[in-house]
Design a protein around this ligand. Structure first.
Ligand code: SF4
Length: 483
């Protein structure tokens, strides 16, 4: 049911017709912008679009569920096991969620490559503590194979639980696409104390040995509440914590609606400080996207230099793929920026890396340490006038020499063959090999020069699915939708 307090509730917007949008990328970008401007249930208008000789009516987003309503949904008698028709088959998606608890829905981040706002809404809907604790007890008592470790207590973003606009009235009339971009809105409540309280109560439940946080942490928000970061780092990190700066350069970050890399640096400082205080050796795993709209070759080179400077070697990386409903998809398709008004003859033009060669190059920059990529990178660096980065010194990105038997495949052609020493995974989709999702992954660490090398452990891989799951902490929104 729609609230009728706002006059917008009595009006509709007509989008360009389907046939127009199909044939005209500029109109597609315009329609995409209109759709995204109508995502606040407090003031969104219905959308109407002509399809052939019929009109399609799109209702505004529903009013968010209250906590008791959401509790009622989560309180239904779910079986918590796969359908018997699967027999004994191993189901990777089930492994991922088996010991994981969803504490909330929605995201107000607005990252342009992600469509979670369109799926779950931009207003956070949170469960009550009692409902969440009941589910943990339910897992403990009924889920086969439970060893005392909850693999995640999260949602599309780990730390948006109970966060909201300070005023319902302001929220109802707000037309912004994000509460945290370009800066955290002054009207946003960033107090994480409800989440800290929940973590503490969950840890105290009998039979629960460890609660991990595997959903992505929105670190710019977390910075506003250092007490939360301390709680997280001291009790809820299983060796690695994944976060998603997505890039280091302002061009792509602005097109993604993500904060600058400075926020990552500040979070890292806090993370290391509290890890040290807790006497724990644990690491941040940053995720990056290659080939996002608005990313130039120079941006990727700068990102590669940042990775090298900070001692990161990404094993598996992700290149942007346009997905339904995302604003970045409209940028990719139209070359326009729907974050601003769309005009046929003016406005911002966004160039997207397209074509196999450029997309491979962008991924190769993320994996600058893989000898298979060196021929491609050498060619690119020479073309970009950066041959000074080729050489055998510390200041160089890639060496002059080529190990025998390497350099024939290159990024994107690696399927089915082994490559380089295993390092950290930075990807957003798919599942890693694993044998036991209930045990935290203890990485085998060794020094590579002044770098940390996240080498593959000799023992069977015990990485829990939580570490490498779908979506983003907007990131890394696990199975809960997202990019
Ligand atoms: S006013 Fe700020 S905090 Fe409130 S809904 Fe709008 S962007 Fe979010």
């Amino acid at each position: 049911m729609r609230a009728d307090f706002h006059p917008r509730a009595k009006t509709v917007i007509r989008l360009p017709g389907y046939e127009q949008v199909r044939n005209d990328p500029v109109l597609y970008a315009h329609a995409s912008r209109l759709l995204h401007l109508e995502t606040n249930p407090g003031n969104a208008r219905a959308l109407v679009q002509r399809h052939g000789d019929r009109d399609l009516w799109l209702n505004p987003p529903p009013i968010p569920l209250t906590t008791p309503e959401l509790d009622a949904v989560f309180g239904l008698p779910y079986a918590r096991v796969p359908h018997p028709s699967y027999g004994g088959a191993r189901i990777p998606a089930y492994e991922m969620i088996r010991f994981s608890v969803n504490i909330m829905r929605g995201c107000f981040g607005g990252c342009t490559f992600c469509s979670i706002t369109e799926h779950e809404g931009r207003i956070i809907q949170s469960r009550s503590e009692a409902s969440i604790l009941r589910e943990i007890e339910d897992i403990r008592d009924r889920t086969p194979g439970f060893t005392g470790v909850i693999s995640d207590l999260g949602g599309p973003t780990a730390n948006m639980y109970r966060l909201a606009c300070k005023s319902r009235e302001i929220e109802r009339s707000c037309r912004k696409l994000s509460c945290v971009y370009p800066d955290i809105c002054s009207n946003l409540n960033t107090d994480h104390s409800s989440l800290v309280r929940l973590y503490r109560k969950a840890r105290e439940l009998p039979g629960v040995k460890k609660i991990l946080i595997a959903s992505g942490v929105r670190y710019d928000l977390a910075l506003r509440d250092p007490a939360y970061v301390r709680e997280l780092v001291t009790h809820h990190v299983g060796g690695y914590l994944k976060i998603a700066p997505e890039h280091t350069e302002t061009g792509p970050l602005a097109r993604m609606m993500k904060p600058g890399i400075g926020a990552y640096d500040k979070f890292k400082e806090l993370f290391e400080k509290y890890s040290k205080e807790a006497g724990k050796e644990q690491y941040l795993i940053p995720y990056f996207i290659a080939a996002h709209p608005g990313t130039s070759d120079e941006d990727m080179l700068n990102l590669a230099l940042w990775l090298k400077r900070n001692g990161f070697r990404a094993d598996q990386v992700q290149a942007f793929l346009p997905s339904p409903m995302a604003l970045a998809t409209a940028m990719y398709h139209s070359g326009r920026n729907p974050l601003h008004g769309i005009h046929r003859d003016r406005g911002e033009i966004v160039t997207s890396p397209k074509g196999l060669k450029q997309r491979r190059l962008h991924k190769a920059f993320l994996r600058y340490h893989d000898p298979e990529n060196w021929p491609l990178l050498r060619e690119a660096l020479r073309r970009m006038g950066r041959a000074d980065l080729i050489g055998n010194g510390k200041r160089h990105l890639i060496p002059l020499w080529q190990p025998p038997g390497t350099g024939f495949g290159g990024e994107g052609a690696r399927t089915g063959r082994k490559h380089g020493p295993q390092t950290f995974l930075t990807r957003h989709t798919g599942l890693p090999p694993q044998s036991d999702s209930s045990k935290p992954f203890i990485p085998s660490l060794k020094k590579v020069g002044n770098r940390r090398d996240f080498s593959k452990p000799a023992a069977p891989d015990r990485r829990p699915a939580r570490t490498f799951t779908q979506g983003s902490p907007c990131g890394a929104g696990k199975r809960r939708g997202g990019r």
